[in-house]
Design a protein around this ligand. Structure first.
Ligand SMILES: NC(=O)c1ccc[n+]([C@@H]2O[C@H](COP(=O)([O-])OP(=O)(O)OC[C@H]3O[C@@H](n4cnc5c(N)ncnc54)[C@H](OP(=O)(O)O)[C@@H]3O)[C@@H](O)[C@H]2O)c1
Length: 345
């Protein structure tokens, strides 16, 4: 079924719709600023608070958002978040999310978390990659909207997927579900530097990246655990940093079961995303980061070598939108029973 447009009342006497009170923690970060930008214009919510780490005691404005949102970012205050918002977005480092998310749930507030703190279900894996999260609270949902919309609607805490896993899972999950993947899958991923957040390191320093491309965290990136958890199979995931400010491109290599046709691959992907507003299938025209930068779209293209039994998929998205803030707002829309596109298209 095709998605319907956001509902707008044409009756001038109709009461204004009730706005849901939302807040953002981590509003000075890359993902947090995108959230503030989206929420300030979202027709169904009112942004009641935006908070940073508390490393500065003075409230500060967000210069890039002047005239979009003219509030001031305040130091982090969990009690104030709970008092002022029905739904709180956490765009924090995962150690802070583990603590703040649990505290908000205990106060009856729904949470949309962008960090990895609540993504991993198996205790042993979570202890390895996200040790600050000692237990998963009730009501946590792995919040990839295209796959888990029904559960997200009732989630107490929507744990948004990582940026790399979002692209990999959107490309691979329909094929795994259709039994069209067999053997060793390789996800070769390239990311712009904003994926690492705003605090510079030797690896993310401009002069280290400009004019260069580097692989990193081979066999040791925590997003591998997340992709493998959701796919239920082992994946070789190799991320690279490329000298772009934003955007992810993943080239995914997968052997196919004998006799698999290009038609079967296309049919599985088209069936999965027939009514998904933010997944655009490009078929044999392979997508590029430029097509999705500053949008909430994930574009997926593919080529099939029927004789050789090989598939190459290419998936692209904007790490700060479909990989972070945009996907979080898509989840908000599901949690509020709205059209998924509200405030995003
Ligand atoms: N960047 C991406 O592409 C991306 C994609 C998907 C998911 N994520 C996840 O989203 C979260 C935010 O990422 P980001 O890239 O936006 O990070 P960022 O640019 O480094 O921003 C981090 C934010 O958290 C605040 N903060 C830092 N330490 C804190 C603490 N101990 N307590 C409370 N607040 C604290 C910072 O406030 P100050 O300004 O006061 O330091 C800032 O507002 C991370 O968990 C990240 O893994 C990021």
């Amino acid at each position: 079924m095709a998605p319907t447009a956001p509902q707008v009342s044409e009756d001038p006497a109709a009461a204004p719709p009730r706005l849901t009170r939302v807040a953002v923690a981590g509003a000075t970060g890359y993902a947090g600023q995108e959230l503030v930008r989206l929420l300030a214009r979202h027709p169904a919510v009112t942004l009641t608070a935006a908070m940073s780490s508390g490393s500065t005691s003075a409230p500060r404005p967000l210069p890039a958002l002047k005239r979009v949102w003219d509030g001031a970012v305040a130091p982090l205050d969990v009690e104030r978040l709970a008092a002022n918002a029905e739904i709180v977005f956490l765009a924090l480092p995962e150690t802070a999310s583990a603590e703040v998310g649990t505290a908000l749930l205990a106060r009856g507030v729904r949470v949309i978390d962008l960090s990895g703190a609540f993504r991993i279900r198996r205790d042993a894996d979570r202890q390895r990659w996200y040790p600050a999260t000692t237990a998963l609270p009730d009501g946590v949902v792995y919040a990839l909207p295209e796959r888990h919309a029904a559960a997200i609607r009732n989630a107490r805490l929507a744990s948004c997927p990582g940026c790399y896993p979002t692209a990999a899972l959107l490309a691979l999950e329909p094929l795994a579900a259709a039994g069209l993947l067999e053997g060793a899958i390789v996800v070769d991923a390239k990311s712009g530097i904003s994926g690492a957040g705003k605090t510079p390191s030797e690896r993310t320093h401009f002069s280290e990246n400009h004019g260069s491309v580097a692989a990193y965290a081979v066999f040791s990136h925590r997003h591998t655990a997340e992709i493998e958890q959701e796919l239920g199979t082992r994946v070789t995931f190799v991320p690279h940093l490329v000298p772009l400010d934003r955007g992810i491109l993943e080239t995914i290599y997968a052997p196919l079961p004998r006799g698999t046709t290009a038609t079967q691959i296309a049919a599985a992907l088209e069936a999965a995303y027939a009514s998904a507003p933010f997944v655009r299938l490009t078929g044999t025209d392979l997508p590029e980061i430029k097509h999705v930068a500053h949008t909430n779209f994930c574009d997926i293209g593919w080529r099939v070598d029927e004789a050789g039994g090989r598939l190459v998929l290419v998936a692209v998205l904007d790490n700060l939108l479909k990989g972070a803030a945009g996907q979080a707002v898509q989840n908000l829309n599901l949690m509020l029973g709205l059209d998924e596109r509200t405030g995003l298209l």
